[in-house]
Design a protein around this ligand. Structure first.
Ligand SMILES: [Zn+2]
Ligand SMILES: [Zn+2]
Length: 345
């Protein structure tokens, strides 16, 4: 089979590999959808960041896989051929404190004992993927494979952030940065009953946020804070989530949060400087860092999406076949799109 490799410097290459055989506790997944994630752009596609075993290991890329079980290895207990599955994208050691809690993203074992699909072991940008059974989450029939691929990283990450700040129907929730994770946060916060304000530089993304459930959208820039204040009767927002990873976006979340507000930083990279006294201490804010989600949260999320008839797929603006992966990455890299996915039809 042909799989996509990302050698860096914005290149996309194909490598021929045999279809893998599932070993003990393993499952062969036939891919149906495989998302492109901002982390792939930042840490692999443009240049390989990360050091040692944390680095991308020239494996088949794609850490948002979703598909159908094609074969199971010996000892597999809960899944069988034909099951529709999403993958939690990190295989942890399984026995450390974080793995036991389902947060395999935080696995504390040596790097040789853990691997992320698409980073240190083969991922979803190929017709088949070899998965560990314990990383599988059942995809409800109401959700599409593309819905599932989006849950695997972006929507899972967005869901965890709204749990962290405790978004409720009493809140006005600010979401800054309306790429795929931000659009997920908008959809899930709105579905939680919050009045959502979305902020981004790109008009198309503001339109997507409206479609995802934002009550208001504000163009990023010098006037964003005063507009948010006007929308909240001068109070500011109860909850704010930065998905931009930019200093300005993070600052805006702290600026626009009202007293006793809750803020989460989710967008990766970059840096920020701010004055803690007026912005954090005197406003009695709670500031969370939030990274990916846990296995249990991912199970909760797919169940909730199905029950509420919510479809992450609605944030997808561009779809490509596997053979068009180079085009897909080049387009996504321009930062103007909603979600971009590879799909097998
Ligand atoms: Zn572990
Ligand atoms: Zn990701």
């Amino acid at each position: 089979m042909q799989g996509v490799i990302l050698p860096g410097e914005r290149r996309v290459e194909f490598r021929e590999t045999p279809v893998p055989e599932p070993g003990h506790g393993q499952v062969l997944v036939q891919m149906r959808a495989s998302g492109l994630c901002g982390s792939d752009l930042r840490a692999i596609y443009r240049e390989h960041t990360g050091v040692g075993a944390e680095r991308y290991q020239n494996v088949i890329a794609g850490h948002e896989p979703c598909g159908e079980v094609a074969a199971v290895g010996p000892g597999v207990q809960a899944f069988q051929r034909g099951d529709r599955v999403v993958l939690y994208h990190i295989v942890g050691c399984g026995v450390c404190r974080f793995c036991r809690s389902g947060f395999m993203i935080n696995c504390s074992a040596p790097a040789s004992k853990r691997a992320a699909y698409g980073w240190q072991r083969d991922g979803g940008h190929a017709p088949f993927l070899l998965a560990e059974e314990r990383t599988l989450v059942r995809l409800p029939d109401e959700l599409s494979y593309v819905d599932g691929a989006l849950v695997a990283c972006g929507f899972g990450t967005a869901y965890q952030s709204i749990l962290r700040v405790g978004v409720s129907g009493r809140d006005r929730t600010l979401v800054v940065g309306l790429g795929p994770v931000g659009l997920g946060a908008v959809m899930l916060a709105a579905a939680s009953g919050a009045e959502v304000i979305g902020v981004d530089l790109v008009q198309d993304r503001l339109d997507l946020a409206r479609q995802a459930g934002a009550a208001h959208t504000v163009e990023a820039g010098d006037h964003a804070e005063s507009q948010i204040m006007a929308l909240t009767d001068g109070h500011g927002v109860e909850t704010a989530i930065d998905c931009s990873g930019s200093g300005a976006g993070r600052h805006l979340c702290l600026d626009a949060a009202r007293e006793w507000g809750r803020v989460a930083f989710v967008g990766e990279g970059g840096t920020v400087t701010f004055e803690p006294s007026p912005l954090l201490l005197h406003k009695q804010l709670t500031l969370h860092g939030s990274w990916v989600c846990g296995l249990v949260e991912m199970e909760q999320l797919v169940e909730w999406l199905a029950r509420k008839n919510l479809h992450p797929e609605t944030t997808v603006t561009h779809r490509f076949g596997l053979e068009q992966a180079a085009e897909a990455y080049a387009l996504f890299d321009r930062g103007q799109t909603g979600k971009v996915v590879l799909e097998w039809t």
